[in-house]
Design a protein around this ligand. Sequence first.
Ligand code: SME
Length: 150
Amino acid sequence: MFTSLQPKILSIVSDKSKSVDTRLGEICELLKNNIPHYDWVGFYFKNGDKPELKLGPYAGAPTDHTIIPFGKGICGQVAVSNQNFVVPDVAAQDNYIACSITVKAEIVVPLFVNGENVGQIDIDSNTPDPFTEEDERFLEFINQEVAKIL
Ligand code: SME
């Protein structure tokens, strides 16, 4: 599944006829539509010089959480830890921002440009404990490719 999506990611990323945001939105749609355990897919980016994340392109239900302070929720923690954060059961997390009551699990993978954590890809799943190291490697691959066009 992930292997077959990799060439499609590369082709989206390299399409210079479209804006970066359009391409990021297409990546979100591709993932949401082709990976059964991906129910919401979005990018968050550091909001200028402020210690907060701002929602970028996404696929799935609109969220109220368009701004997330560093340290808050899973996303805000990844902004400061620089580490992947895999949450098999969101109900077991104290520092978690709920977007939808249907969400059971979440994975957030930071996005680095020249070694700096500039944002992240965030996936919500309605399936309990669905994420493996394959998801992590795949999302790291996507972020590495996206970093080249930011
Ligand atoms: N659950 C995230 C907030 C973002 S939504 O999932 C879109 C968090 O705890 O940071």
